[in-house]
Structure formats: structure tokens, C-alpha cells
Write a protein that binds this ligand. Sequence first.
Ligand code: FES
Length: 157
Amino acid sequence: MSDLDYNELTIEHFENPRNVGVVKDGNGYGKIGEQGCGDICEITVRIKDSIIEDIKFRVYGCAGAIATSSVVTEITMGKNIEFALDLTDDDVVDYLGGLPEGKKHCSLLAIKALHQAIYDHLLNKGLESVGTVNTKDQFNQLAEQTLQEIMQRAKQN
Ligand code: FES
């Protein structure tokens, strides 16, 4: 099977991807890049009472990355976050009925971005509940500052 031997369902998701874009009033954000090929997947979610009310993606990448991102949004729309956090890239590949061998890693992008978006939401909610931040902007600022500090420390070590 060559890299271009996508099955019918994968091609269908590639040609008609579901849930493309950015969720309005989203409260969770994830963005993951694949170092090997340079592809990037971004996922936004709106979560209420642990349910994913809305989810959208944008991807810069191959047909496999587009199809698997589309599937991830389709599977998790309306589901609770425990279900979404249990979801693996193998589940996505199985849902599609397989991917060409060299493209199996593509499904990791959306899964990782989804999990990051959920953790982003949970962290923001947790920090708000203890009064560390009061707004999403404050949370984003704190997250950015923390990231800079981590990178700074990593450079020193
Ligand atoms: S080849 Fe990069 S994600 Fe598909």
C-alpha cells in the first residue's frame, strides 16, 4: 500500500472535512505540530458541564491529517470530556478503517491537539475557581508567561 492509497472513507473526509474553523466563544484551545513533516493542527472547543458542545479544527497538512482531524471532531462532538480524553490515535485509524502505513502518525496531531484543548479548558477553569485568574485573557497571559519561564529554564540547563 503506498502513501497515496487512502481508502474511500478517508478520501471522503479529506474532500468534505467536518467542523472546519474556529469555535465562537470557545473555552479550550490546542495546537500541535508534527516536527517530521511540519504539519500543524489547531483545535478549539466549547465545553459546558463536561460536554463538548462544539469543536472545530484547522489544519496545515496532508490528506491524512485533514481526514483524521475531521474524524476526531465528528467522534467527539456532543460527547463528555472523559470519553474524549480516552480516545487514542488508534481509535481514529480504526474508525477510518485504516491508513497507509506511512500516514498512521497523522492521526496523532488531532488527538494531541484535542487533549491539549481539554486540558487548557480544565486548567483555566481550575485557576478561575481558586481566584488565580478571573478572565480568559488573564489565563492566556499567565500561560504564556509560564511557557516563557519553562523555555528560559530549559535553555539554562
Ligand atoms: S504527513 Fe504530516 S501529518 Fe500527515
